[in-house]
Design a binder for this molecule. Structure first.
Ligand code: SF4
Ligand code: SF4
Length: 670
């Protein structure tokens, strides 16, 4: 049995469950060339035209912008920028009715074209030398999002890291009336194939499968011719059946693979891009042409000239309709998208955006309103038609009951809102409207749940933080208490030490005081002793003065007095010597005529006199010492040296002074 890949190579096709065959009505526009619309008076460029978040504004009101100039920045993965579709002035940055079933206002750049259509500088990439990152950045910076209706950022799908088996090009334009992709494939197949080449460089798939409905023979031929040089590119015409252009349905048609509920095609090795998206990728990478325009099928029997129009993004629907000869009826209904999945516009001022593939302005007879809604008869026709193998009547029941749990259980999220169920419903129940409302409620509930979870998480985080702070505070308080206690203990020990030191100091002071007292007493005693010595000395002196002879030299502390005394003593000694010589018998004394003998005799006499004086002095001192006790009471109140040692000292002092006086007198004589 051939493998799956061999079957695919052989051109095998499979089928999907359900589907319907509404009137196609594509031929109204599919055989006409694409019309180029003149510049409108105003362009309303919404900030966000894709699934994701809008970028930051790069321009200001009143600013002149060039064609292709970025108006917002792509600063995160889920953002693609928007660009000025032509050169002109930013008249306003304001709110405008959105091209959405809710018709809620959204932010737009209002641009007044200057008619010059002047481009900004462009820098095409060389696909051979450019690396993957450069290409992905170029795709994102060019503002490319899925143009088949989803609006998912293309660079994310083009940059996925999972291995890819098949790159599927969705050229199945299954909605009735719409022929924009058909027209594009007829007129620009080569550019589309270049876009496929770029995606193959990024994803490196085993094969490229180009699915296209078999009622587009010109487009099929054009693409086959453009792909003729690519061995692994396969153009696969598929039977006309609505909604074969659904992502999961086309995958099943071409590969017999089913995308599990809640999973993505990438999970089974498949990536799908719309054919118009690949055209935009080629323009962006090879021409540095950002996504500023697209092909829009403007059709319906109220138009004199229904056709595919090359329209700038931001072009008001009213301008498109006017360009195609719109002749409005009473109660005119204008639909953005096809009759199956489109929505009625509340306002014709809404602009063309990246996902706008069709503007349908039918007559009342052409597309009559649905009749009054009747009760479900449980015929089961809806289930047979559902391509997602859902149970639409059960979903209807639970949608009305707002039983969201049951809706999840019945896989409402897998509903592609194709409208096949409603199309076959005999009770004309607008099933898709119920599902959309239920989905919106579930999304809102999920948002609320998420907000509640986030609030709960914040609350728990706050509580945890407060608990942590409380614990930290307690721990800190405990630590402080412990430190305080420790400090107190240390302080107590210090106090004890201080007290001990104080006691020691007190003792020392006491001791010092005692010592001082002793010192004072000792000093006083010393002074008394000195006074006694002085008195003793004085007494000695007085005694010497009283008892001594006139020639006895008193002890003088004053050197001059001592010198005078010494001089007196010498004079006395000399006199004594002279008298001794003269008293000598002149008979026995020879007359000395010889001068030298006379000098010798004189010297002898002086020696004798000195000896006599010395002996006399010694006797005087001895007498002084001996007389001190007796003279003390007579002479002075000098203290008595009863201590023998003090007496000895005093005696020694007296002797020393006497000796000194004697020596001095000798020196003066010599
Ligand atoms: S097709 Fe309509 S009437 Fe029939 S089961 Fe479905 S919802 Fe009910
Ligand atoms: S709209 Fe949903 S439920 Fe109805 S047929 Fe389509 S996929 Fe099924």
């Amino acid at each position: 049995m051939p493998s799956l890949f061999q079957q695919i190579q052989a051109g095998t096709l499979w089928d999907f469950h359900g589907g319907i065959h509404p009137p196609v009505r594509k031929s109204i526009t599919s055989r006409k060339p694409i019309a180029l619309m003149p510049l409108p008076n105003r362009l309303y460029v919404p900030f966000r035209q894709h699934i994701g978040v809008s970028g930051h504004i790069l321009v200001a009101q009143g600013q002149y912008v060039l064609k292709g100039q970025a108006l917002t920045s792509a600063d995160n993965a889920m953002t693609v920028p928007v660009h000025a579709p032509t050169s002109g002035t930013i008249l306003a940055i304001t709110e405008h009715t959105s091209p959405h079933p809710s018709a809620l206002p959204e932010n737009v750049f209002v641009i007044e074209p200057d008619g010059l259509d002047q481009w900004r500088p462009r820098q095409p990439l060389n696909i051979v030398t450019a690396d993957q990152q450069m290409i992905l950045e170029r795709i994102q910076d060019s503002g490319i999002a899925g143009m088949g209706g989803a609006g998912f950022p293309t660079h994310i799908k083009a940059g996925m890291q999972q291995p890819v088996d098949y790159l599927i090009v969705n050229a199945v334009e299954c909605e009735p009336y719409i022929s924009a992709d058909d027209a594009l494939m007829q007129e620009a197949p080569t550019t589309i194939v270049k876009g496929i080449d770029i995606l193959c460089k990024l994803l490196n798939p085993k094969a490229v499968l180009i699915g296209i409905e078999d009622d587009k023979p010109i487009a099929i031929a054009a693409l086959k011719a453009a792909c003729s040089q690519r061995e692994h590119y396969f153009v696969r015409p598929v039977p006309v059946k609505y909604p074969s252009g659904g992502e999961k349905q086309l995958i099943q048609l071409l590969t017999n693979k089913e995308v599990p509920a809640g999973r993505r095609p990438a999970d089974i090795g498949i990536v799908m891009h719309n054919v118009g998206t690949l055209f935009a990728v080629a323009q962006a990478v090879l021409d540095d042409h950002p996504l500023i325009s697209r092909i829009v099928t403007v059709t319906g029997e109220t138009l004199r000239n229904p056709q595919n129009v090359h329209a700038l993004l931001g072009t008001p629907v009213a301008d498109l309709l006017s360009f195609c000869g719109f002749q409005a009826e009473a109660q005119q209904k204008v639909i953005m998208g096809g009759p199956m999945m489109g929505f009625t516009l509340p306002d014709l001022s809404v602009p063309v955006v990246k996902t706008t593939n069709c503007i349908l302005a039918p007559t009342a007879q052409e597309l009559p309103d649905a009749g009054p809604e009747l009760d479900c008869i449980r015929c089961g026709a809806c289930a047979e038609a559902c391509p997602a193998t859902l149970l639409p009547q059960q979903l209807l029941w639970y949608s009305k009951a707002k039983d969201h749990d049951k809706l999840k259980e019945y896989h409402l999220s897998d509903c592609i809102e194709c409208g096949a169920c409603a199309y076959v419903c005999p009770s004309e129940i607008p099933l898709v409207q119920y599902y959309r409302i239920a989905k919106a409620e579930i999304r809102e509930q999920q948002r609320e749940t998420l907000k509640a979870e986030q609030a709960k998480a914040r609350f728990e985080a706050r509580n945890a933080r407060l608990d942590a702070e409380k614990q930290a505070r307690l721990a800190r308080n405990q630590q402080l208490a412990a430190e305080r206690q420790q400090n107190q203990q240390q302080t107590g020990a210090k106090d004890a030490v201080a007290e001990a030191l104080a006691r020691i100091k007190a003792k020392q002071a006491e001791s010092i005081a005692e010592t001082s007292h002793d010192a004072i007493v000792a000093e006083r005693e010393l002074k008394k002793q000195q006074a006694r010595e002085y008195q003793a000395q004085k007494a000695l002196q007085a005694a010497a003065d009283q008892n001594g002879e006139a020639d006895t030299a008193p002890a003088h502390d004053d050197p001059r007095q001592a010198a005078v005394a010494a001089a007196i003593a010498r004079a006395k000694a000399k006199k004594a010597a002279t008298e001794a010589i003269s008293e000598t018998d002149p008979a026995t004394t020879p007359a000395i005529d010889d001068p030298r003998q006379a000098a010798v005799a004189a010297a002898i006499a002086r020696a004798k006199a000195k000896k006599a004086a010395t002996e006399h002095t010694s006797e005087q001192l001895a007498q002084q010492v001996h007389d001190v006790p007796t003279s003390r009471s007579d002479t002075a109140p000098a203290p008595v040296n009863e201590d023998p040692r003090q007496a000895a000292v005093a005696a020694a002092i007296a002797r020393a002074k006497a000796r000194k006086a004697a020596v001095k007198s000798e020196g003066e004589e010599g």
